[in-house]
Write a protein that binds this ligand. Structure first.
Ligand SMILES: CC(C)(COP(=O)(O)OP(=O)(O)OC[C@H]1O[C@@H](n2cnc3c(N)ncnc32)[C@H](O)[C@@H]1OP(=O)(O)O)[C@@H](O)C(=O)NCCC(=O)NCCS
Length: 161
C-alpha cells in the first residue's frame, strides 16, 4: 500500500487494477462484502502459462472471523475449475514474517517453497519475500491446528515456516 494513500491511488486501484484487470483478463479481483459493505479483497493476477498470484487484504475489524478463509476457498475453486481460470498453479508471496498471510494460505494446502532474500520492495526498502504454491492436484486443505503462532515469540518472528 502506498503511504500516504491518496485518492488517486484508490481511483487507480478501482479503475485500472480491478476494472482494467477484468476487461483485459490480466487479473480477477473480488470484493468481500458483509451485508453489502466492503470488508476486504481477494484477487488472482495472471502469470505466464496457466498460473496466477493470489493477493488479499481484510479490513482490521473484519479479521479473525474466517471471512478471508471462506472467500479464499471460493477464489481457489475458481482458479482451478475448468470453467473458471483452469490454472495449474497458484502462487503466494508475502514479506518475510507475515505469518497471518501464511496461515491463511496454509489452511488451503499451500506449500512453503522458500524465501527470496531481499526479493521484495516495501517503500523503497528491500525485504525478504516468502513464496509458496498450490498445484491443481495438491490436497485442498490441511486439517489440524496449523503452524505454531510465532508472532507471539519475538525472536522467531521472521524465520520461515
Ligand atoms: C492476511 C489477512 C487477510 C488474514 O486475515 P484473517 O481474518 O486472519 O484470515 P481468515 O479469514 O483466514 O481468519 C482466520 C482466523 O479467524 C479465526 N476464525 C474465527 N472464526 C472462523 C471461521 N468460522 N472459519 C475460519 N476461521 C475462523 C481463525 O481461528 C483464525 O485465527 P487464528 O489464525 O488466530 O487461528 C489479514 O491479516 C490482513 O488483511 N493483513 C494485512 C494485509 C496482508 O498482509 N495481506 C496479505 C499480503 S501477502
Amino acid at each position: 500500500m502506498p503511504t500516504p494513500y491518496r485518492r488517486e491511488h484508490a481511483v487507480w486501484f478501482v479503475e485500472e487494477l480491478v476494472d482494467g484487470g477484468w476487461r483485459e483478463d490480466r487479473e480477477r479481483t473480488w470484493a468481500v462484502r458483509v451485508g453489502g459493505d466492503l470488508r476486504g479483497m481477494v484477487g488472482l493476477a495472471r502469470r505466464p502459462v496457466r498460473s496466477a498470484e493470489v493477493g488479499y487484504w481484510m479490513a482490521p475489524e473484519a479479521r479473525g472471523q474466517g471471512l478471508l478463509d471462506r472467500s479464499l476457498g471460493l477464489v481457489l475453486d475458481h482458479a482451478f475449475d475448468p470453467t473458471g481460470m483452469d490454472l495449474d498453479r497458484v502462487e503466494w508471496k508475502a514479506f518475510g514474517g507475515n505469518w497471518r498471510s501464511w496461515r491463511a494460505v496454509w489452511r488451503h494446502g499451500f506449500r512453503f517453497e522458500g524465501a527470496l532474500r531481499l526479493g521484495g520492495v516495501q517503500r523503497d526498502t528491500r525485504r525478504d519475500d516468502w513464496v509458496g504454491g498450490l498445484l491443481r492436484d495438491d490436497p485442498a486443505s490441511r486439517p489440524g491446528p496449523g503452524p505454531a503462532p510465532p508472532w507471539r515469540s519475538r525472536c522467531h518472528r521472521h524465520e520461515p515456516p
